[in-house]
Design a protein around this ligand. Structure first.
Ligand code: ZN
Length: 240
């Protein structure tokens, strides 16, 4: 999937493709901005398919592509476009070159589909994407047992606490100083679902306003601690 596309010179583009084989790859798309160019469409951000590259002197060059989808349905909704761009920027920042990215490409694919379908609030799609991304990347918070007493029956409790600095949840009786974010059992269950659900079912749930706000705060905090980078497209979310 093309996760970034930048104009170069008068007619060309430099693109970054997230691949299932080698992580992100940067490539030069010659003539990609000529109106009649064969690479015009396939070198746009969000283009998803099979790309043929050849190795040039100092970079890969895009030769051709067979595009399976451009996720065209999100283009009717400016907000959805920006959320899609945000997901791409997140992947661009987090992914590495020449490293097999595991499930990340599939995660990006189902996220774009969820934005197209528009059945879930976009804020929930964003937080689900971020938490699952970090989980796939080896940065899963502890959401199954208390970090202090290791008790696993946390879904029996009325509420627990999320302590991002410590790395996950702490039960109420262990959290004497009320550190972190208080969250309900439904929010805890939602976090467990996000880190463990099969990808094809990841975006088939919904939550009430209270849970949405708690998930929002918890994942925001987790991203702040584990990623600590400001994405440019963040400013554009929910502007429309
Ligand atoms: Zn405990």
């Amino acid at each position: 999937m093309v996760i970034a596309a930048m104009p170069v010179g008068e007619y060309d583009r430099r693109i970054t493709i997230l691949t299932s084989e080698r992580g992100k790859i940067s490539a030069f798309a010659r003539g990609a901005r000529k109106p009649t160019g064969a690479l015009l469409a396939c070198s746009q951000q969000f283009a998803f398919g099979q790309f043929v590259l050849y190795e040039g002197r100092d970079s890969y060059n895009l030769e051709s592509a067979e595009i399976r989808t451009y996720f065209g349905d999100i283009r009717n909704d400016m907000n959805a476009i920006y959320y899609g761009m945000y997901a791409c920027e997140f992947a661009l920042y987090m992914s590495r070159e020449n490293v097999q990215p595991g499930q990340i490409l599939n995660l990006l694919y189902v996220t774009m589909r969820a934005l197209e379908k528009a059945q879930m609030p976009k804020k929930l799609i964003r937080r689900t994407f971020e938490l699952r991304y970090l989980t796939e990347d080896g940065e899963m918070p502890e959401v199954y047992e208390c970090l202090n007493c290791h008790r696993e029956s946390l879904l029996d409790d009325d509420h627990v606490w999320f302590d991002a600095e410590k790395g996950g949840v702490v039960c109420d009786s262990c959290n004497l100083k009320d550190r972190g974010i208080r969250m309900s059992r439904s929010t805890l269950y939602t976090l467990q679902y996000i880190v463990s659900s099969p990808l094809e079912k990841l975006y088939s749930f919904n939550v009430n306003e209270t849970v949405l706000n708690e998930v929002d705060r918890v994942v925001e905090e987790w991203v702040k601690v584990r990623v600590g980078h400001y994405m440019k497209t963040e400013d554009m979310l929910d502007m429309f």
